[in-house]
Design a protein around this ligand. Structure first.
Ligand SMILES: Nc1ncnc2c1ncn2[C@@H]1O[C@H](COP(=O)(O)OP(=O)(O)OP(=O)(O)O)[C@@H](O)[C@H]1O
Length: 487
């Protein structure tokens, strides 16, 4: 039987660069995998499938893997391995793949990982460089950004999906039609409660808020030019909105966190720099009610009208004398609105006392094609509708500051109540705001391209502005399907 010797430079844990396994029938010890970029890999002397006979002259057959590691750990100076190399080394043409994690993973609490020390922990939203997919269950990856050349183990898509299925089946009752991605049932109930909190507002109060805004003349800039798509009315009734994604699964899942794209534990991404001739990217703001999404959007558009613009919403309500179609709204008949819903034209839409209101993807595209950055605010259930190859949304999460700073900065702020009246924030409003923000972060942080903490308005607005322009001008991680659309 062919044999060879390999020597590795001394290291406190030289087998960290490889994992080993024992054949339970024969007691033989084999190299299970060589960690990409680790010591064993760099030496080129150990390969997956090699049989380890001896470590520094000590026969390892019959030992438990932990005992072999102990032998290696106790060795001083140069360590000699006597190895029987695998006869047919598989030829791999590994291509590096980048993914965004859609779930959290902690190897320290995973009983199934073959070697917890070699595991890479990650949280949703992290970008991973997958350097080896040879093993169907355990891939090798680096979490970016990293300065380490050494990769570690992460569960493969197949393994994570299996875990999700096991979790799903372990639940006493699961009404969802698809695999449960991240949330526990309790969290799901919380979310449903959040989304269910729709208070019936009568049309007069809703309309009066619209009028109040119009009276404020806040749709006009310094030169008395009307800033199209400026109104906040869509945000007002957002809790009753629908997103354009109406899969059968989503119909059952009010939290809308389990539609197909969100079910995959990894999203393949590429580092992409927008070409100058490409349309600009949509900037979609997401935040808990009352955190200041409207205020920031308003300030951004008002202070930089040459750069930013909102999308003009559609409505089926009758046009008033002082309104122009295409300025405050696109006024269309109910029948046309229904057809547009049917044709999936809306990113979000809602209905109030017989009148529809909605933001169409075409209205967003019109702004983007005009050379301005379209800024809209969305509900979490519209995430899938805006994360498309056409709109390429850059999602900015507006986060509340610390509890203390929130209470200080909102001292004179006015909250918009469910009855469409404004009044100063009460303690319970702030608590509710913080809870809603936590739930958004818990369930959707993997989709945040940038987070702006809205503490001081001016600073938050400046940061939003620079993030929104950076999204157009600098390379970003985006879903690979946006750049290489699937057939
Ligand atoms: N950083 C801040 N400092 C002080 N006040 C703020 C800040 N950001 C927002 N506000 C004020 O808080 C109030 C609520 O803000 P805004 O209306 O923008 O909330 P929102 O996120 O759009 O939620 P909703 O849609 O429920 O109104 C407004 O009075 C706004 O001026």
């Amino acid at each position: 039987m062919p044999s060879s010797f390999g020597s590795l430079a001394s290291d406190s844990d030289p087998l960290k660069g490889a994992t080993i396994k024992r054949n339970e029938l024969t007691g033989e010890i084999f190299v299970a995998r060589v960690i990409h970029g680790g010591l064993a890999d760099r030496s080129g002397l150990l390969h997956a499938g090699d049989r380890i006979m001896e470590v520094n002259g000590f026969a390892v057959d019959g030992l438990e893997p932990e005992q072999v590691i102990q032998v290696v750990a106790c060795a001083q100076g140069t360590i000699m391995f006597k190895v029987v190399p695998i006869t047919e080394r598989p030829v791999h043409s590994q291509t590096t793949m980048y993914v965004r994690a859609m779930a959290d993973y902690n190897p320290a609490v995973d009983p199934n990982i073959p070697c917890p020390d070699a595991g890479v922990s990650f949280t949703r939203g992290d970008v991973l460089e997958i350097v080896d997919q040879t093993d169907a269950l355990w891939w090798q990856a680096r979490k970016l950004p990293t300065s380490s050349a050494c990769a570690g183990l992460v569960p493969s898509t197949a393994l994570l999906k299996r875990k999700q299925r096991e979790f799903w089946w372990s639940q006493p009752y699961q009404p969802h039609a698809c695999i449960h991605t991240l949330s526990t049932v309790e969290e799901e109930e919380d979310l449903m409660a959040l989304e269910d909190k729709c208070v019936e507002a009568d049309e007069e109060t809703f309309e009066s808020e619209e009028l109040r805004e119009a009276d404020d003349d806040c749709g006009f800039n310094k030169d008395q030019m009307y800033l199209a798509g400026f109104r906040r009315s869509l945000r007002l009734c957002r809790r009753r909105f629908h997103s354009s994604v109406q899969s059968s699964c989503q119909a059952q899942c009010l939290s809308s966190c389990c539609y197909s794209a969100l079910c995959s534990p990894y999203e393949e991404v590429v580092r992409h720099q927008r070409n100058l001739q490409d349309p600009l990217r949509l900037v979609a703001l997401l935040g808990a009610p009352g955190v200041g999404v409207t205020e920031l959007r308003r300030r951004l558009i008002q202070t930089h009208p040459q750069l930013f613009q909102g999308a003009v919403p559609h409505t089926s309500r009758p046009q008033r004398d002082d309104e122009e179609s295409g300025r405050e709204y696109h006024f269309i008949s109910r029948e046309i609105f229904d057809n547009m819903i049917h044709d999936n034209k809306f990113l979000e839409y809602g209905e109030y006392k017989g009148n529809y209101y909605g933001t169409s993807s075409e209205a967003v595209s019109a702004v983007l094609n005009s050379g301005k950055i379209c800024v809209i605010d969305i509900e979490s259930n519209a995430l899938q509708a805006v994360r498309t190859p056409e709109l390429r949304a850059f999602v900015v999460y507006i986060k509340p500051p610390s509890a203390e700073r929130l209470r200080k900065t909102r001292h004179n702020a006015q909250i918009l109540t469910n009855y469409y009246a404004t009044r100063p924030f009460k303690e319970e409003d702030l608590v509710e705001l913080e809870e809603s923000a936590q739930k958004l972060e818990l369930h959707f942080s993997q989709f945040f391209d940038h987070v702006v903490v809205n503490e001081e308005l001016q600073e938050a607005c400046a940061e939003l502005r620079s993030a929104a322009t950076r999204a157009q001008e600098q390379p970003q991680w985006v879903p690979s399907s946006w750049i290489r659309p699937q057939q």
